[in-house]
Write a protein that binds this ligand. Structure first.
Ligand code: C2E
Ligand code: MG
Ligand code: MG
Ligand code: MG
Length: 285
């Protein structure tokens, strides 16, 4: 009896593993043609000034609407794209699209705006990234300082030596570098001073419990202070309500991002959002 139960549990687990492998194989084979089938697109989430909630800029996030699999999350497919060697193409698509869309968004804003694009480790360790970013900037005519590249923290710590010249090359193009998901990786504070980054993004997992959990609040407050002493700008991710925002304001955090301001929106929906953000002319009130 016990033996039987053990066996059926085992085969249930086995079955789950099979399902997961099957999905992975499907993602791998479908993703190869996703670009040419035009199944990939970018959505945008605003970053807002913490003190007055004005729009500061955007983060571009990739979406995949697969004909066969439906919507697939980037958490699932970015890693696969790295594994099957197509992350450079996906990354270039993201850059081209995001730079072009920023210029369109700016026509709906009275202030200059910025665009952040995520860059994964495989993209960074391939030194072609410098040429790619340079070409995209030239072709779009975008002012380099408006483009921010977000690099995930855990990846940075792994290969400092290898990355240093590439990060410096990118910096020379005039783009901004920021550390994403700060606090989740193995946090060696020393690389904050060694890497030429100008912005630090505090991971959502700290912000989520900032109101209820005293140690998360202390940590966030401390990270903001430390970053400022190092001359870095601080962005808080995952702000979902006004209480979290109020606390971050007290801590002096610079920029905020999260569902409280906007969910990631498709291009046309972001244009509508921006139109609503513009100060109304007198005659319209
Ligand atoms: P990330 O760069 O840390 O992006 C933030 C993630 O948090 C996004 O998930 C966003 O939709 C989500 N988010 C934003 N505000 C909130 C909030 O208030 N509450 C909650 N619960 N979530 C929020 P998404 O779009 O699923 O992206 C996941 C990750 O996939 C990104 O994390 C990034 O590492 C990666 N990724 C997305 N697009 C790209 C891309 O174009 N290239 C590369 N290399 N990676 C990408
Ligand atoms: Mg990011
Ligand atoms: Mg993040
Ligand atoms: Mg992330």
């Amino acid at each position: 009896e016990a033996k039987n139960r053990g066996r059926s549990c085992y085969s249930f687990f086995d079955h789950e593993l099979d399902e997961r492998n099957k999905r992975l194989v499907e993602i791998q084979s479908e993703l190869r043609n996703a670009l040419e089938r035009k199944e990939l697109f970018m959505v945008y989430q605003t970053k807002n000034h913490i003190h007055d909630e004005r729009v500061y800029g955007f983060e571009a996030l990739m979406r995949w609407n697969s004909g066969k699999l439906g919507m697939v999350r980037p958490d699932e497919f970015i890693e696969v794209a790295e594994d099957i060697g197509i992350i450079d193409q996906l990354g270039e698509f993201a850059l081209v699209q995001a730079c072009a869309d920023l210029q369109r968004f700016e026509s709906y804003s009275s202030e200059p705006l910025t665009m952040a694009v995520n860059v994964s480790m495989r993209q960074l360790t391939n030194s072609d990234i410098i040429a790619t970013v340079s070409r995209v900037l030239n072709e779009s005519g975008l002012e380099p300082a408006k483009l921010e590249l977000e690099i995930t923290e855990s990846l940075l710590a792994e290969s400092m030596e290898e990355l240093q010249p590439i990060l410096n090359g990118l910096l020379q193009l005039g783009v901004t570098l920021s550390i994403d998901d700060f606090g989740t990786g193995y946090s060696s504070l020393s690389y904050l001073t060694r890497f030429p980054v100008s912005t630090l993004k505090i991971d959502r997992c700290f912000v989520t419990n900032i109101v209820s959990n005293k140690s998360d609040a202390t940590l966030t407050h401390t990270v903001v202070g430390m970053a400022h002493k190092l001359g870095l700008k601080v962005v808080a991710e995952g702000i979902e309500d006004a209480d979290q925002l109020a606390l971050l304001r007290v801590y002096g955090c610079d920029i905020g991002q999260g569902y409280f301001f906007t969910k990631p929106l498709e291009f046309v929906d972001m244009v509508e959002h921006l139109k609503q953000q513009q100060p109304q002319p007198d005659w319209a009130i």
